[in-house]
Design a protein around this ligand. Sequence first.
Ligand code: G4P
Length: 285
Amino acid sequence: AQIQWFPGHMAKARNQVQEKLKLVDLVLEVVDARVPEASRNPMMNQIVGQKPRIMVLNKKDLADPQKTAEWLSYYRAQGFEAIAIDAQHAKRLQQIPQLARQMMKAKLEKQKARGIRNPGLRAMCIGIPNVGKSTVLNRLVKKNIAVTGNRPGVTKNQQWLKSDETFMLLDTPGILWPKFEDALVGNKLALTGAIADTVYQADSVGLFGLGFFQREYPQALRKAYGLNDDDMAQTPADLMVTLSQKMGFGEEFNRAAERVIFDARQGKFGPFTLEVPGDLDGHAE
Ligand code: G4P
């Protein structure tokens, strides 16, 4: 589902997330492994504050494994726990509750010492639209339970989902807005399908994508479209013209651009990652 973000909506979203944060012990910040930074909410650190956090790099099946490894190291170096998953295939998902228990060991032991028999952890997923929050949530859950609130702020209809005996998740994820103010971020989010097709120009996103694959994954691009050395030596704009002709679109270059976007999302150029931690050097957080 796509959400139109206006200042009022952003304030409301932020308030909703902050209310829910009071109910949980830790946060699962879900991002798209192809664009770990571009798919983060710009105010995430402020909003989440000191609450323990696991960075969940989702859609790892679509991302470049080597770059995913770099991002995991990057987040761990910042003091977060971090894990890469493919939420569509639940295999490694149980590592999330394990990781959470490991991270919250001190708290759990304190609770045990106080005589609480089955100390549990409560968590929530937060992220921008389309990163896979609902998929992660649904795959983690084994059964639905209604927990009556003995904590401040727990409303009667607050539902918790049970992942296992000691790990519970808030039933709805926290949804925050992406970084729209940056054109490069916009291109990345559009190319990966995180923002609606109606809100960007296919020709510029397609051109961005083509230039990216030409530079970063030339073999994959060459193979996907049967390109030769001369084609590959062209500027992205000229290559788009060549492609458009090859695809039978003539001078309807926007159709070639749309095809490039479609093909990238479908994985025709293989797994890819649009940014690496080094790109952030010199950027302010
Ligand atoms: P959200 O709650 O954060 O908004 O995201 P949601 O779970 O709805 O997931 C957004 C899209 O991403 C869905 O596809 C979902 O199937 C897909 N997705 C989620 N996790 C993964 C993953 O690990 N790998 C891959 N490849 N895809 C993932 P959709 O196109 O909206 O729907 P559909 O194609 O599943 O019908």
